[in-house]
Design a protein. Sequence first.
Length: 116
Amino acid sequence: MGELPPQVQNMVAQMQQVQQQLQAVIAQRMQVEAMLKETEEALEEVKKAPDDAPVFKVAGSILVRASKEEVIKELEEKKETYEVRINTLKRQEERLKDRLAEIQKKLQSMLSPQAG
């Protein structure tokens, strides 16, 4: 079998690049989903705490006392931010999957006449 035509080589390179991008987006989404789960668990624990219980939050490398309401508000904002980020990453993931399918289809059509 001879060398692949430059156009096919280019398409294969594009496919590999899209696959790498897709893997990176999936990894990012999984990381943000883990942070969301952690935030939801923290929010649940803070909400369960009595109103007069001491609540602390991280500020840099130290813990600082804060009001329960303040911590709940911050955790809810963080949760919302993570949810928006996850939705954005899911849309990006879908676009990359579509692009990958499109490239694979083009690649198959480019290679099929040579198979015979």
